[in-house]
Design a protein around this ligand. Sequence first.
Ligand code: GAR
Length: 210
Amino acid sequence: MKRIVILISGRGSNMEAIVQRCAAEGWPAHVAAVIANKPEASGLGFAAALGIATAVVDHRAHASRDAFDAALAQAIDAHAPDLVVLAGFMRILGDAFVQRYAGRLLNVHPSLLPAFAGLHTHRRAIEAGCKLAGATVHFVTPTLDHGPIVAQAAVPVRPDDSPETLAARVLAVEHVIYPQAVRWFVSGELSIAEDGVVRHRGGADQLLLG
Ligand code: GAR
């Protein structure tokens, strides 16, 4: 059984989707812990109610990013994970942290990367006049919101969309592709080529048109 540790900063709806799909589909894995960087992260309650170990490593209690990263790594390593999943984790992680979990650190970002790395993706997509938006699951590398792409989902941008309505449409497809990508990882179904391109070994569709 592979061990998954999920990092959250808030609501944790992607974490919930992963926990539920893992149980419902009988993945060869279990979620060993959910760790937040804020004690008020509401997703902690969902995890605790299911008996999943939870922890808080409060970034405000650490004087530097390095100190925070080190404390976070210690909390993660206590659960000996095969995979670390960033699910709405809104802290930038340092190079040493990323290197420590290289090849076993996934993130979901609410845009079609490499477009719109960073914050306010939905507002920026609307302001740019994009007709398509979406979400990307990728392996984490030291460059923010960058790294080998495991799966993407595309959704339309409607003429009357607000950042909130677009975010809701994108979030719905995140809940499909992120659990799928995690399942592929724990089942050993992903390969990363020399050129950094991620492929599903069985040729499964890594694009969802929502
Ligand atoms: C999701 O939309 C996720 O893509 C985004 O935060 C939201 C978290 O929702 N992540 C980022 O913006 C990371 N750069 P959740 O807490 O309900 O899963």
